[in-house]
Design a protein around this ligand. Sequence first.
Ligand code: PEP
Ligand code: CO
Length: 460
Amino acid sequence: MPVETASVLALSEWNPESWKTRPAAQLPTYPDRAALQDALGHLARLPPLVTSWEIEKLKQQLAEVSRGERFLLQGGDCSESFDDCESGVIAGKLKILLQMSLVLVQGAKKRVIRVGRIAGQYAKPRSAETETRAGVSLPSYRGDMINRAGFSQQERIPDPALLLRAYERSGLTINFIRALVEGGFADLHHPEYWDMGFVANSPHAAEYTRMVESIAESLRFMETLAGCVAGEVNRVDFFTSHEGLHLYYEQAQTRQVPHRPGWFDLSTHFPWIGDRTRSLTGAHLEFFRGIENPVGVKIGPSVTPEEALALADRLNPQNEPGRLTFIHRLGAASVEKRLAPLVEAVRRSGKQIVWCCDPMHGNTETTSNGVKTRRFESILRELEVSYCILRECGAHLGGVHFELTGENVTECIGGASGVTEKDLARDYRTQLDPRLNYEQAMEMALLLSRLMAKERRVAG
Ligand code: PEP
Ligand code: CO
């Protein structure tokens, strides 16, 4: 729909279910409506997963990102799975983000906000309604919150009970993360706790070790000077995010809180709208415009500068810094052409936007054997080009958004460890999009950190 038509549509009063008056893309149809209402009723009574204080804190930190004072690191699975809700996997995801953030702090010389795609990333948009195997077509798998990945008719029926399972798994995950963070797991005095054995044979291992030592050294130096222990670094902030796709689920966790105006989506700190559900006239925009959380919106190659401005008008009418992040995912092949007009239009309009590059979703390809993968070099290229274009346009790269895992899977090709197309078969585990493995993710962070350090030297 043309932007003008969309903006003429009257915006009536918002309430947590006003989205139901708009077309909702990608929402499952539940054959058992009574069971859906029952599950939603439960969800609406259960305690929230996050608090409004945490949400407001993150929004303030994102406002600092928009002023160039902080950097955002967002990452995790394409799609979480219920089976992966176990201590080793959760700790691994936390560790990789902590380690990457340490590396980015060194390069950017800025504090880093860590946001996991975690504790709720259970609903997925799909390009095709059905999946066909050996001549049999069934409804597509849409994430563990909606249906099951197994290939049978029964498993693919949307099941409302899974909404409660997703809430519970999210609660278990966030509980464990909070305990780890509070308990000193993320203490900067002991970055060696975070060590996952950044593989000794990696060409970047020595650089990482040097960074860790230099941080511990600087901390000791500061504490000697000040004569006290830097308490703030005993623990770090860690926030959660997921695609706010399943509006029934989001609505059920959307609440008012004492002494604060407005409505908070308390299922996560930082929900985002996917590239397939960002229609200006759709249900997702309607829901997101009314919540107090900082929100993201994925910006794919089809977004025009006019549309980008209309998204900002709709989602951030007060032009509040930190409220809106554009997570651009244009692809290495088109970022050069498409990013500058968007950034220019935003700059001229004076709108406050955090620019966060997702170099994963525009760079997905399928090998000749039909395996979905991404190339390390394309991912890196989109990041580097984005970094430069944003700077040339008088803006700055505020953050990065990766699909990654703390494990040594073989889903993306390339990187120093040299994962080849043939290697993909060795340890390919993702249900949906291919993720950077531990080594690839660390290498990406090191290369980005180097780029930021170099630019600081040039500018400085
Ligand atoms: C995702 O982040 O997994 C996703 C589906 O992204 P996008 O909406 O950008 O395609
Ligand atoms: Co994905």
